[in-house]
Design a protein around this ligand. Structure first.
Ligand code: KG4
Ligand code: ZN
Length: 337
């Protein structure tokens, strides 16, 4: 039984968790900075780094205590080293280096999006590659062929904004608090998704790619036009129609990807995988087509360290360990090795 400590600090959550053999969760602690960044309507990188520094020791200690594990029992220390906010990443990477040195355990660098995919291994112990992953977070929207635990091919990507960003910006324009995707999901619950028509975007010549900037502009224009005319719009109706447009795009391309690759298993990953409409509608489509769909439990959709510890186990199996020269990297493709 290999016990891996995971550390995550790529954005505004400081997290630590211990996972056994990549699948069994022994502890998971997440310290969120949402309230502080809410004042600014988004994450302020300098504040995020400072809070990580203040929080990380207590968060790791809490995860160790919750799992009743001591440092000598750890078989590896996995840390998110890319992609993310550089100042935030550096806090986790350096803390992990110190711990790995002190504990004499291997230091395992983990790609954040590989981690999001691995969240599904914790929620669904039976899930094994190969499968397709729809990766939808605040900064990324990809369709990824997961050939093996550490072997990935990006077969669809966004040309501009990420799905989460498109939801966050629209939510902000509607006056909803940060994080917008979550608040828009809640506000749109009883809205009429047929009330407003949004363009149905596609990227010509690249049927698996996304482009959300046109949709984002369309919703912002709709809100501005209404404001200039002194009209009020129904936030639930605009929200529901917009979420329908975003999820249509995600679902259409994902279904096309399964047809194109012949891979009949899909896992969803990243913060937007918490979206209630995406979860419900994708399940309906997959049921109809006989495709197996895996969704992370809600607690593992957003940033957490359990997913980093899980992926860390598979990276360790593959021999992907780092020395103490490991650096953080702000942007890096999921198929970097
Ligand atoms: O994966 P994540 O926690 O951080 C990144 O790696 O980016 O994703 C954050 C994104 C944000 O855009 C947030 O608005 C979105 O996930 N999000 C949601 C929901 N909960 C979080 N989007 C739609 N519906 C939700 N329920
Ligand atoms: Zn994330």
């Amino acid at each position: 039984m290999l016990k891996i400590l995971g550390i995550e600090s790529s954005c505004d959550d400081t997290a630590a968790a211990i996972v056994e053999d990549g699948r069994t969760l022994l502890s998971s602690v997440v310290s969120s900075q949402i309230q502080e960044h809410q004042k600014y309507g988004g994450v302020v990188p300098e504040i995020a780094s400072r809070r990580h520094i203040e929080n990380i020791a207590a968060v790791v200690r809490a995860a160790m205590q919750e799992a009743a594990v001591d440092y000598a029992q750890l078989d590896g220390i996995a840390v998110t080293f890319a992609p993310g906010l550089i100042g935030s990443l550096l806090v986790g990477v350096n803390y992990a280096k110190g711990l790995a040195y002190a504990a004499g355990a291997p230091l395992i660098p983990v790609h954040h999006l590989r981690g999001h995919i691995a969240a599904n291994y914790i929620s669904h112990p039976e899930l094994e590659p190969p499968f397709l992953a729809l990766v939808v977070s605040g900064g990324h929207s990809h369709i990824v062929r997961v050939d093996d635990y550490t072997s990935f091919a990006v077969i669809g990507r966004t040309r501009d904004d990420a799905a989460g960003e498109a939801l966050d910006k629209a939510a902000r324009a509607m006056g909803l608090p940060y994080p917008g995707g979550l608040h828009l999901d809640l506000a749109a619950k009883d809205g009429n998704a047929q009330a407003y028509k949004f363009p149905r975007p596609h990227v010509s010549g690249s049927p698996l790619d996304f482009s959300f900037s046109g949709l984002k502009t369309a919703v912002i224009n709709l809100l501005h036009n209404a404001e200039q005319k002194g009209e009020t719009v129904s936030v639930p109706d605009v929200g529901a129609s917009y979420i329908k447009a975003v999820t249509d795009f995600l679902i259409d391309n994902t279904m096309r990807a399964t047809a194109q690759t012949g891979i009949g298993t899909i896992a969803v990953a990243g913060g937007v995988s918490a979206n209630s409409v995406l979860r419900r509608r994708l399940q309906e489509y997959c049921d109809k087509q006989g495709i197996s769909l895996y969704l992370p439990q809600l607690r593992h959709c957003g940033d957490n360290a359990a997913m980093i510890a899980s992926q860390g186990y598979y990276e360790l199996q593959k021999g992907n360990i780092a020395n103490f020269l490991l650096n953080a990297t702000a942007s890096l493709s999921i198929d970097y090795i």
